[in-house]
Design a protein around this ligand. Structure first.
Ligand code: PAF
Length: 283
């Protein structure tokens, strides 16, 4: 496994891999890798010939509600885990490397209303920071395929749109959310939870399951279902930002007739803002 820190070194490696006819698969991460990330690496191997993982804590996607300095960083463990997953190349750049003027894509990134909704409403600028770094990473690395987790569902939809808008010739692949035994989705932010909060945290998934059961039973009043779920979370000690039932294709609002639904939730528990979702295909 090669580890590179500069764009120049990375490009040299990528060019030589491409010259040999390899299909390059990128898994962008912010490090502090857990089972969710490792599932992305496994899927990446099925999508192409060489797997590149980027580890870059992107300052632009942090706001005042989450401390950039406090974000967990575990580079040694990450590299050991990536080695075990047979990752070929790891890109660990400094901020200045990624944000150099020359690595800005030539075309402006179009803004979409979705960036300001759901998590975007509560974390202003968050998705603008994500599309900026992902566009730069795509521009720098030029992969054939990029793999993202479905846990960050809004991010996934926004990145699919970014690829279309910018005409990046990159296939976006996604991997189902990986969960701990009690249903809590793996996330680097779970490390902000105290022991008691960690036990409470499973209620996020339980709430999603309750909503799913209501929808499957034919409940049609989505506003009432969302409100009930918010109340359930508040009673369990969370400070919910939202519970939303949306069309899973593009996150438009959903109604009874929508055939592919996603239930999304974001809620604070202590210092951790947890997000999760559940996909529901109607028969
Ligand atoms: O999902 C993440 O870890 C980050 O948002 C990403 C896509 C690596 C961009 O910084």
């Amino acid at each position: 496994m090669q580890v590179v820190k500069t764009v120049a070194d990375l490009r040299q490696q990528i060019n030589s891999l491409k010259k040999q006819g390899n299909k390059i698969v990128l898994v962008p991460t912010m490090g502090n890798l857990h089972a969710g990330h490792l599932a992305l690496m496994k899927h990446a191997h099925r999508c192409g010939d060489r797997v590149v993982c980027s580890i870059f804590v992107n300052a632009l996607q942090f706001d005042r509600s989450e401390d950039l300095q406090a974000y967990p960083r575990t580079p040694e463990q990450d590299l050991a885990a990536l080695e075990d997953e047979n990752v070929d190349l790891v890109f660990m750049p400094a901020h200045e490397e990624v944000y150099a003027e020359e690595h800005k894509p030539k075309q402006d990134i179009p803004k979409h209303a979705l960036n300001e909704q759901l998590c975007g409403k509560y974390r202003p600028g968050f998705f603008d920071g994500i599309v900026e770094v992902v566009a730069r990473l795509f521009h720098i690395i030029n992969p054939d395929v990029a793999v993202f987790g479905e846990k960050d569902y809004q991010q996934l939809i926004i990145i699919k749109r970014l690829v279309q808008d910018m005409g990046f010739p990159i296939l976006i692949e996604s991997v189902a959310t990986q969960r701990e035994e009690d249903g809590l989705a793996y996330s680097s932010r779970n490390s902000y939870l105290s022991l008691n909060e960690r036990v409470q945290a499973k209620q996020i998934y339980e709430t999603l399951l309750v909503v799913k059961t209501q929808l499957e039973a034919g409940s049609q009043d989505f506003v009432a279902i969302e409100k009930q779920a918010m109340d359930q979370l508040a009673k369990a000690g969370f400070r919910p930002d939202y519970v939303a039932i949306r069309n899973a294709k593009g996150l438009e609002s959903a109604s009874y007739g929508t055939d592919f639904i996603v239930i999304l939730v974001a809620a604070w528990l202590g210092k951790a803002r947890l997000i999760d979702n559940l996909l529901l295909q109607k028969r």
